[in-house]
Design a protein around this ligand. Structure first.
Ligand code: CP
Length: 308
């Protein structure tokens, strides 16, 4: 007998913090059901989605495209470079226009943290917002696909030891993941350059030297060095970074037998992670990308349930 997971309804998805544990687990389980071939039962004949990406993206943008098409949702194409954004149209007015055209859900990535505040306070904008990343703020859909990948591997979060390593200060993925992993019962640790680590992260876990951490944890979550969010004044050597803060083949060989490697990607090969580890047996980086489609199907379904 197939037991369908509990139906989740959301108005928007802006941060993981705003989700209850029940909603998080419901979205993960529904993502797993979609992975096994479950179908969506839409309550309307036609739904429209648009993916408004004002920062570069491959995985988030294209996996939302795939998820929408798998669900049978009509995707309204949008390119900021050929839109009226070039004539000075604001984000608010772009979303207002999409809402007026009848778009049900807008997936948005934007460089400004909390860009969504004015959109959700609007009485005129009717479409739901899914946050595809806001500056260095949050990346809730990446967090949910990471959680789905961990849950698929271990079947629980309780007392799992998860290391988040690298450019934590600039990483919206790290911020979403540290909050939710701690809430679900995992033990979070940090490592990487001290200048990219803020004291405020201490409420979620402790910083440890990478060479001590590597033998302890169940999940090594490596982060991309986000040069685009640095001021460009610091000197940077790829070789030095890999040697001091990256997961080398030698370090990976000291991981627990069952431990896995994750990375939200894109990966700077041979910087935060040795090239040979990206597609290695321990790596779940490709699984993370595939799971992104299924968890995003679950998120879209929840938001469109919310509209019904
Ligand atoms: N992980 C992630 O958000 O990748 P993209 O920037 O390619 O969407």
């Amino acid at each position: 007998m197939i037991i369908q997971s509990e139906r989740i309804s959301l108005k928007h998805l802006l941060t993981v913090e705003a989700l209850t544990d029940r909603e998080v687990m419901g979205l993960i389980r529904r993502g797993q059901e979609f992975k096994r071939g479950a179908k969506w039962m839409p309550q309307k004949e036609q739904y429209f989605a648009t993916n408004l990406f004002f920062e570069n993206s491959t995985r988030t943008h294209k996996s939302f495209d795939v998820a929408e098409k798998k669900l049978g949702i009509e995707v309204i194409e949008f390119e900021a470079s050929t839109s009226s954004v070039q004539k000075g149209e604001t984000l608010y007015d772009t979303v207002l226009t999409m809402s007026a055209l009848g778009v049900d859900v807008a997936v948005i990535r934007h460089g400004d943290e909390n860009y969504y505040d004015s959109l959700i306070q609007s009485k005129t904008i009717q479409c739901s917002i899914i946050n595809g990343g806001d500056g260095s703020g949050q990346h809730p859909t990446q967090c949910l696909l990471d959680l789905m990948t961990i849950y698929e591997e271990f079947g629980h979060f309780d007392d799992l030891k998860v290391a988040i390593v690298g450019d934590i200060t600039h990483s919206r993925v790290a911020k979403s993941n540290m909050q939710m992993l701690k809430r679900l019962g995992a033990k979070v640790f940090f490592s990487g350059p001290k200048e990219w680590y803020d004291e405020e992260f201490e409420v979620y876990g402790h910083w440890m030297p990478l060479d001590e951490l590597v033998e302890e944890v169940d999940v090594m979550m490596m982060l991309r060095v986000q040069h685009e969010r640095h001021d460009g004044t610091e000197s940077f050597s790829k070789e030095e970074y890999l040697k001091n803060h990256g997961l080398t083949v030698e370090r990976a060989a000291r991981m627990k037998e069952h431990a896995i490697i994750m990375h939200p990607a894109p990966v700077n090969r041979d910087v935060e992670l040795a090239d040979a580890l990206v597609e290695s047996l321990r790596s779940r980086i490709i699984t993370q990308m595939s799971n992104g489609v299924f968890v995003r199907m679950a998120i879209l379904e929840a938001v469109l349930n919310g509209k019904a």
